[in-house]
Structure formats: C-alpha cells, structure tokens
Design a binder for this molecule. Structure first.
Ligand SMILES: Nc1nc2c(ncn2[C@@H]2O[C@H](COP(=O)(O)OP(=O)(O)OP(=O)(O)O)[C@@H](O)[C@H]2O)c(=O)[nH]1
Ligand SMILES: [Mg+2]
Length: 338
C-alpha cells in the first residue's frame, strides 16, 4: 500500500494553473521587454526585432503550457483509491481531454510562430504581421480558457484529498447524522464539522490516534443511504470508494435512538449490506447511548456515546485487536547464536 502515499505526493507538485489572461499578459510583457535597449536603424533590424518579439511570446507560452501538462500525474498509474476519487470529483476523462487540448494549443502556437517568422522576414511592415500573429496566438489561448479552469479546479480538489498512508486504517461508515464525525473527533486529533443534519460531511477526512505507540488513521466518511449503487450521489460514492479501495477495518455506526432521522431497520439493513458487499473486517456499533430514546438492538456488537464517552475506550481496544499487526521483516537468523 506504500505507493498510495508516494503517488499522493504527486498532487502536491501541481502548482497554480494560470488563466488565459495571465498567460497572455506574461508572454506579451516579456516580448515587449526583449525590445528594450534594441536599436532599430533600418528595415533589417526592424524585422529582427519583431521576429524576436514573436518568438519570445511563443516560447513562453509553449513552455508554460508544457509545464501544466507535465505537472499532472499519469492517471493510469494512480492507486485505485485516488483514481476513483478523481473520477467522482472531477472526471478523469475530462482532465485528460483538457490536458490534450493544452498540448494541442502548445504545438499549434509553436508551428504558427515559425510560419509567421517566415512572413516577417523581408516584410516592409513587419509590425503589422507580428500583431496579426499575436492576435491568432491570443485566440488559441482564449479557446483553452475552459480547460485551464477545469485543470485549476482539479488541482485544488486533488491537493485537498486526504493523505492516506501506509498505516493501520479504520474506516467509520454508516447512515448520515449518526455521529461518525463525532466519533472521529473523539478518538483523533481531527476536528471534522459536526452538525445535527444529514450530509454534513461531504468528503473523506482523516484523523490520527496513537495506541500503544502505533499510529492509526481513522477515516471519517460521508453518510450512506440504503439505496442501490446507481442512485447514490457523489458524496456517498466517496464513502463507497474508501470501503472498496482501502485496506482497512470498518466501524459501521448506527443510531438506535433514531434521532438521526432514519429508522433503525434501514440502518441495520445498510450495515448488513456493507458487510456483505465489502470483504473488510467490520463491527456494528450503536451510538448515542446517552439519549432517552436509545434502546439496545439485536445484531449490534457494542454501544457507545460520543457525548459522554461511554464505551469508547472499550471500542478502541476492540478495533486495535481487529487489525493485524504489520508483519515484521524477515531477519536472517544469526548463525553464531547471539
Ligand atoms: N446525544 C448524542 N448526540 C450525538 C452523539 N453523537 C453525535 N451526536 C449528535 O448527532 C448529530 C450528528 O453528528 P455528526 O457527528 O455530525 O454525524 P455524522 O454521522 O458525521 O453525520 P454526516 O456527516 O451528516 O453523515 C450532531 O448533532 C451530534 O452532536 C451522542 O453520542 N449522543
Ligand atoms: Mg460527518
């Protein structure tokens, strides 16, 4: 699983994506600067100056565009967890299409600049021809504005994805509003948003807890409704991705007080479906044991309250026992017996 983390670092490398206006500003500013200090004393030097301006602008643009495509990872080599999240949150095909339009713009500008250099040479009005070239370059760059925007948004989303590492992992899943974030907040250093309405958590979040000197990552997921996969929204699908793609154990939280707004029978049904569908080790835990409406339900492995802390130490102990310890690296037996 170690490659997940290494690949995640790749998202960190994606720098801010410029807008088309910023790209053009930069290119034309630098191209004007190439003129500073140049002496124009005849038709040849005038042609050369305009040629230099055009090539400077074109080179800056092709370099900047190539840098954008180079910063994005090869999605095919991403771990399935990050690939699926990128697909749900942005769309891998959309990202690829935008990257290839950026490539197209870069090579188009390259060829066009060379064409116009030919037209500038020996031209009595090289300034007009250079301006014409600048006009065409501008419209190419303006035509990729939506792609730059999509890649800029993608970059912001990808960089915010949780940094899942090669560490023992506990996923907290269940219906909306049952107290998943309250649990993660109780046992880890994370401070997820907690609120008395469903779908407060809109993405995967991560907190860490240390037990017996071992660090565990505890993953808070958005709520899941008991409904067919095809009807699930993008928020729910992120929780499904964690369950489907991560090597973890799962705490399925339910709220037997039904103060979450969902009936206990539906919550149990979802819990059983999660257990049937994903092969991860799991336990079903009833939360909100402090509430008056709370009642013990069959088929549940334990009860807690994230409000009073009731049962939580015990649960953490059980979870830690459920996670197989990482295998020790094989050591050569010492042939001398010491
Ligand atoms: N009385 C009581 N209320 C709780 C307990 N745990 C959570 N709550 C409340 O239940 C509501 C939902 O809690 P969250 O932790 O946001 O629930 P969630 O499962 O993360 O919800 P989503 O992110 O919307 O899926 C909040 O108002 C919490 O204060 C508990 O043990 N007892
Ligand atoms: Mg939540």
């Amino acid at each position: 699983m170690i490659h997940i983390w290494v690949l995640f670092m790749i998202f960190e490398k994606i720098k801010t994506i410029p807008t088309s206006e910023e790209l053009l500003d930069k290119a034309f500013r630098r191209s004007t600067r190439t003129m500073a200090g140049k002496k124009i004393d005849g038709p040849t030097s005038r042609c050369e100056a305009n040629e230099a301006m055009l090539l400077t602008a074109a080179n800056i643009l092709t370099d900047n565009l190539a840098n954008i495509t180079r910063m994005f990872p090869n999605f095919e080599s991403l771990s399935p967890f990050y690939y699926d999240l990128a697909n749900i949150l942005i769309g891998v095909d959309e990202i690829k299409k935008s990257l290839s339009r950026i490539d197209w713009a870069s090579s188009k500008i390259h060829t066009m600049a060379r064409e116009y250099v030919g037209k500038i040479r020996g031209n009595p009005t090289p300034g007009d021809t250079r301006k014409e070239a600048f006009g065409r370059i501008s419209s190419i760059i303006n035509s990729i504005e939506p792609d730059l925007k999509l890649l800029g948004d993608a970059r912001n989303i990808l960089r915010d994805l949780p940094d899942i590492r090669d560490e023992p992992t506990i996923i907290v899943a269940g219906y909306p509003n049952v107290g998943k974030s309250s649990f993660v907040s109780y046992v880890t250093n994370a401070t997820p948003e907690i609120a008395p309405y469903p779908f407060t958590t809109k993405g995967i979040l991560i907190g860490h807890m240390v037990v017996n000197n071992i660090r565990y990552q505890v993953i808070d997921t958005p709520g899941l409704l008991d409904r067919p996969m095809s009807e699930r929204n993008d928020i729910e699908l992120q929780a499904i991705t964690a369950l489907r793609r991560l090597d973890a154990i799962v705490v399925i939280l339910i709220d037997p007080s039904e103060s979450c707004g969902y009936e206990i029978k539906d919550q149990i049904k979802l819990a059983k479906e999660i257990q049937a569908q994903f092969t991860l080790p799991s336990i079903i835990i009833g939360n909100k044991s402090d509430r008056d409406e709370f009642r013990k339900v069959d088929g549940v492995d334990g009860f807690i309250s994230t409000k009073t802390g009731d049962g939580i130490d015990d649960l953490v102990k059980r979870l830690v026992e459920m996670i197989p310890l990482p295998e020790k690296e094989f050591e050569e037996p010492n042939p001398f017996g010491y």
